[in-house]
Design a protein around this ligand. Structure first.
Ligand code: NAD
Length: 252
């Protein structure tokens, strides 16, 4: 054991609270930062360059959907086409395979947990890899939207001509009720929730880890909930989570 190493000490403390099938993993933009997807907040976050009021609110989208779609074309699409999961996403999959995990709940909209092989991910804010018509039941994926965007901007439904939108929760919209309820229920059944790469300031999502018996935090910067956590790991998710996998394997 690496004595006097704060990350090691905190991870071992977290491991003490882990029981089989009792660990809820709650993730935020920080877990995908090392895959090359900018976070919203924090150093280098997207909101340093873009105004969320202009591109990511439901009102802004209703007023002028082309602003969102310009942001999507210039920023989101090029990133989504090339990003891959990083060791932190694979560590979540490993924890699930090893039987520790009660549920994986993510605020992320990038689909990288699924790309890393994690199953049953509860996406609180939807996915920016899925799109739907604002009028009819037409839906499509990333490849198709790429083609549609070549023909129409903002992209319109090939069936009814209404504008298409991402299957994400824009600011000012309610979270999908079934998914939020499932996340709260899973948290209530969990011995510990592990919040990874989240600033824990976006509600109601940030309530989810607080519904577990206890929670711990892996995040590069302080969060408002640090004081209530059983342990805080101030380290990159891609370093901390694979180490937690190893520590839990030792306990078998
Ligand atoms: P956030 O941007 O508010 O906070 C991210 C946190 O991650 C910061 O506190 C930062 O210190 C930390 N961080 C950065 N790199 C890290 C790393 N390598 N390891 C550990 N921590 C790291 O993100 P949030 O709490 O998820 O809330 C913001 C909202 O942003 C969510 O609703 C989500 O839908 C959306 N979002 C999603 C993505 C994505 O899908 N990848 C990206 C940006 C924003």
């Amino acid at each position: 054991m690496d004595k006097g190493n704060p990350m090691e000490d905190a991870l071992r403390k977290i491991a003490e609270h882990c029981v089989e099938g009792g660990v809820l993993i709650f993730t935020g933009a920080g877990i995908s930062a090392e895959s090359g997807i900018p976070t919203f907040r924090g150093r280098g976050g997207l909101w340093e360059k873009y105004d969320p009021e202009k591109v990511a609110t439901a009102d802004a989208f209703r007023r002028d959907p082309s602003l969102y779609w310009r942001f999507f074309l210039d920023v989101r699409l090029p990133i989504l086409k090339k990003v891959k999961p990083n060791p932190a996403h694979y560590a979540v999959t490993q924890l699930q395979k090893d039987g520790w995990v009660s549920a994986v709940v993510t605020q992320n909209i990038d689909g990288l947990h699924q790309a890393a092989g994690t199953e049953g991910v509860l996406e609180l804010h939807g996915s920016t890899r899925r799109f739907l018509c604002t009028r009819c039941d037409f839906r499509c994926g990333l490849e198709e939207i790429d083609k549609i965007l070549l023909e129409s901007f903002p992209p319109v439904c090939e069936r009814c001509g209404a504008v298409l939108r991402p299957d994400v929760v824009l600011f000012g919209e309610a979270l999908p009720a079934g998914v939020l309820e499932a996340a709260f229920e899973a948290a209530q059944r969990s011995r510990i929730a592990l919040s990874v790469g989240s600033s824990l300031v976006v509600y109601p999502a940030a309530f989810v880890p607080q519904h577990a018996q206890s929670f711990a935090i892996i995040n590069l910067e302080p969060t408002p909930l640090d004081g209530a956590a059983v342990a805080v790991v101030r380290q990159k998710a891609s370093v901390a989570l694979p180490r937690l996998v190893e520590i839990l394997k030792e306990r078998r």
